[in-house]
Design a binder for this molecule. Structure first.
Ligand code: FAD
Ligand code: NAP
Ligand code: FMN
Length: 534
């Protein structure tokens, strides 16, 4: 029989283990103080028990576009849609990445909802960014200390507790893949560079499914770091203590810190150090600071808003460099120990210089065939081929959004299900990614229908959504035959226009706006409409 009054329940929702590690630290710390603790993973937690709890601490990450991780979906749905009332003292920590628009949204939503259900908030909702370790440790200590006022110890406190997160270091545990091949898919006249990259996974034990993504750990450009150090007036050979090791400042900036991606949070931390009134004014406007972060980098920030700061201050402002994800563009049915990815090389112009994306540029400029690159597998369970391989599928992708569909086609080669690809890019002559291979898939009967939308080959723009309109009868026929729709590419443009067009097609069949939207939602709920958008 649980003594709810004197038990701290810790519930976590975690996809890659960060929120779990934080929850475990909370469990260890509370136990070391002598309290009774029950720690549970969200999938193993019965939502109906929530009403009985008196002290509950939640650690949850956010994935997708501000959505709960798959592991937290049922719990999230229960709390936001079914739960009626709770009586618990509660505290929520959200883990996230401030470069996403909906930062720590799941944590924030749960915090709000628990208050509305009658819970008593013990501590402000915590937010822990991509370098979540210090912020989450601080929050856990404060949260457990806040709960301890309401709990009676059931045993004597421990003599000693090591207040540390038990984490696997991503890069240290990443598999070092070998670059097998790198070639440009776009032609010399193209307005963009898109690479095909083949990575050898020999003896890695990595087993991926079509739809999964591969995380690649890149490094910043040496030239860029030199420019930044010169701007800041820092000595590149300055020793930086990281754990037990002392490393050169320049090496640390190249390998460990995010410099090309700026977030409003980094800007805020920088502003707190340099105390620049103009930057403070910018930060007071949320939309304007997000807009600045979207198109600027750390070098811009230190140039635009100069101020005195020490090396330690500067490093404390920065986020840790994180991996970038790339959809697997191959299937292990074809080559078991290889994964292909399709990478757009980011080269954005602005303020008289080119801003290269850290990872895409690392792959393009720095990696040669035979070199090793740390990679990890990111399972994407919401983007999966149907188990029944006789079902037809419609794949809609623009730009690098074609990547997973190359994997899908390799996987479905020789199966009975029909495959239709709708692909969009700018110009047919230079941007028809994998054109030859798609021709081969057509010739060997794998790709039953290929439709294209080359947006800049004519006066009027043509997008994949226009193809959907033009081919509406056939598309609806495929849907009636049980087809699944997959969409991959830009979240802001492609995904929005495809969703809108599909609802439009349903309306053209005579459904009201509400019924057409309901049909779309039903397709989504039945996992017959799946997106991998970024
Ligand atoms: C699930 C998932 C799957 C993905 N699959 C692919 C894929 O198959 N192929 C692929 O190329 N990318 C893919 N991405 C995007 C990829 O993870 C990186 O975000 C992208 O390569 C940019 O990383 P970077 O380090 O080169 O640039 P960063 O250093 O992250 O960015 C530098 C600057 O460039 C801007 N920027 C980022 N992307 C673009 C862009 N496309 N065009 C213009 N400016 C940009 C940023 O806003 C920033 O200001 C995927 C992302 C996710 C979440
Ligand atoms: N700053 C950023 O973070 C940033 C900037 C750009 C792209 N991206 C991301 O990078 C990814 C890949 O970029 P990419 O260059 O391979 O592809 P892309 O920019 O999405 O372009 C591919 C094709 O899609 C077309 N397109 C534009 N708007 C569309 C719409 N509403 N509906 C359907 N098609 C549309 C483009 O046409 P036109 O180009 O002729 O209009 C082009 O022909 C995208 O997913 C995007 O999210 C990020
Ligand atoms: C594909 C992907 C999407 C993400 N989307 C978001 C998001 O929308 N908002 C956010 O705050 N963080 C987002 N994140 C960041 C994670 O929440 C963050 O890495 C967190 O530490 C992961 O914790 P976990 O290991 O417990 O799942 C995303 C991460 C990935 C890989």
């Amino acid at each position: 029989m649980i003594d709810y009054k004197n038990t701290l329940h810790i519930v976590y929702g975690s996809r890659t283990g960060n929120a779990k590690a934080v929850a475990m630290l909370g469990e260890g710390y509370a136990k070391s103080l002598g309290f009774n603790v029950v720690c549970a993973d969200m999938p193993g937690f019965n939502g109906a028990d929530l009403a009985q709890l008196e002290n509950v601490m939640i650690c949850v990450s956010t994935h997708g576009e501000g959505e709960p991780p798959v592991q937290a979906e049922a719990f999230y749905e229960y709390v936001t849609e079914q739960a009626t009332a709770i009586k618990a003292n509660y505290a929520v920590l959200g883990l996230g990445d401030s470069s996403y628009r909906y930062y720590c949204q799941t944590g924030k939503d749960l915090d709000q909802q628990l208050e509305q259900l009658g819970g008593t908030r013990m501590l402000e909702v915590g937010t822990a960014d991509i370098d979540f370790e210090d912020a989450s440790k601080e929050w856990v200590r404060a949260a457990v200390d806040a709960f301890s006022v309401h709990l009676k110890p059931v045993q004597a406190p421990a003599d000693h507790f090591v207040f540390e997160l038990d984490l696997e270091d991503g890069t240290r545990n990443a598999y070092r893949a070998t670059l097998l091949e790198k070639r440009m898919l776009t032609g010399p006249d193209s307005s963009k560079k898109v690479l095909h990259v083949s990575l050898g996974l020999k003896n890695s034990g990595i087993s991926y499914l079509p739809g999964d993504a591969i995380g690649v750990f890149g490094a910043n450009s040496r030239l860029y770091v030199d420019e930044l150090l010169a701007e800041l007036g820092f000595d590149k050979a300055h020793g930086v203590q990281l754990g037990d090791a002392t490393r050169l400042l320049k090496e640390v900036l190249i390998n460990d810190y995010e410099l090309t991606l700026l977030t409003p949070l980094v800007m805020k931390k920088y502003a707190a150090v340099v105390k620049h009134p103009e930057l403070d004014r910018l930060l007071a406007d949320k939309a304007a600071s997000q807009a600045y972060a979207d198109v600027h980098d750390v070098l811009d920030l230190v140039r635009d808003y100069k101020g005195a700061l020490s090396i330690d201050d500067f490093l404390s402002v920065l986020r840790k460099l994180s991996q970038r994800l790339y959809s697997a563009a191959s299937s292990q049915r074809d080559q078991e120990e290889v994964v292909d990815i399709t990478v757009k090389v980011i080269e954005n112009a602005g303020k008289g210089r080119i801003r290269n994306g850290v990872c895409s540029s690392f792959l393009w400029h720095r990696l040669e065939v035979g070199d090793k690159v740390p990679v990890s597998l990111e399972a994407i369970d919401k983007f999966r081929l149907p188990e029944d391989s006789t079902l037809p599928i419609i794949m809609i992708g623009a730009g690098t959004g074609i990547a997973p569909f190359r994997g899908f086609l390799q996987e479905r080669k020789g199966t009975r299900g029909a495959n239709w690809l709708i692909f969009g890019e700018r110009n047919k002559s230079s941007d028809f990614l994998y054109q030859q291979e798609l021709g081969e898939f057509q010739a060997n009967g794998t790709l039953h229908k290929l439709s294209t939308a080359f947006s800049r080959d004519q006066q009027e723009k043509i997008y994949v959504s226009d193809v959907m309109g033009k081919e509406s009868e056939e598309l609806l026929r495929w849907l009636d035959r049980g087809a699944l729709i997959y969409v991959c590419g830009s979240k802001d443009r492609l995904a929005k226009s495809v969703r809108k067009r599909l609802v439009q097609l349903f309306k053209e069949q005579g459904l009201s706006t509400d019924l057409a939207k309901a049909r779309f939602e039903a397709l989504k709920a039945a996992k017959r409409y799946q997106e991998e958008v970024y």
